[in-house]
Design a protein around this ligand. Sequence first.
Ligand code: NAD
Length: 354
Amino acid sequence: MIRVGVNGYGTIGKRVADAVAAQLDMELVGVTKTSPDYGAEAALRRGYDLYAAVDDQAAAFEDAGLAIAGSLADLLDAVDVVVDCTPAGIGERNRPIYDAHGTPAIYQGGEDAAIADASFNARASGDVSEADSLRVVSCNTTGLSRLLAPIDEVYGVEKARVTLVRRGGDPSETDRGPINDVVPDPATVPSHHGPDVNAVLPDIDVDTAALKAPVTGMHTHSVNVTLEREPTAAEVRELLRDETRLFLIPERAGIDGAGALKDYASDLGRARGDFWENCVWEESISVEGRDLYLFQNVHQEADVVPENVDAIRALASDISREESVARTNDALGVGLESLLSEDGAPRDQVAADD
Ligand code: NAD
């Protein structure tokens, strides 16, 4: 069993904690909180041991009647890997603490790439077996890497151009925006997302431009890739359909946006309406000469979660990448394509409680 601690129990941390707890080869030792808020209470109600992220806050948990199993230092001494899910920039401050305890760490995409020995995406990044720390790339970069890796392998990417319409904030982030506008963010082009893709796919020429929209559900990517070869749209559809972490939305599903996607995930019984897969509109996949076009949505709160689980195995085991992805997918129920397939082939049923 790989013993795992999660430092920072917010949007990403609580999902990573649940995903770790669902793995047969991992033990969630505990999660940290900075204050005894609703997240702390929810963690305890889920049966997770709670550790005080900041030593002088321990008394506040006691005052609130929430049992604390120890401090961050105690958690670090009890685990094989810590997954840092603190807000962007805090991971950098935590790094010396993890190093002092000799605890291998996984960081999130809000940190600079230099924080870890390697950036990670299970589908796209190369060998990380020598790394003692990893950084799981951001939600947008995860979504782009999963898409561009198979396309590059089979058709060759001459140049990718992507416009990212990003959600203004997560549903719980009442202080984010915009609330009534769509704003270029950054207004300079290219945005940082393309270079971040190069942290895991160094040879792909990709330019990104980014906007922010007053929505909380998902990011939307408008993708144009000039290929080295000229496939048919049907060939590209089949290529992408074979990827377990890409979900091709069939036209007949009647899913027209993030609202319906999240509704569908909720109807399937997925906790929090989470979509771990990229959601690619099948009918948007078009080829004009060597130019491929498509639209995809990525659920920013969820797509990095299976990647964190695979990053844990990459740091703390000899399990192959392929086997790790299979285990993670199996334990979480990642992979929806077969449910809505239109080819009449037998479908692998994914039960609502998967
Ligand atoms: P969040 O604000 O929802 O959660 C962070 C949690 O860490 C909060 O519970 C906060 O109280 C806690 N925290 C703050 N300081 C801490 C400390 N010193 N020690 C321990 N815990 C502390 O943030 P998030 O959205 O989950 O983002 C976490 C990381 O994941 C960031 O690097 C972010 O860029 C990245 N990320 C976020 C998203 C997203 O859409 N939310 C997607 C992919 C990657």
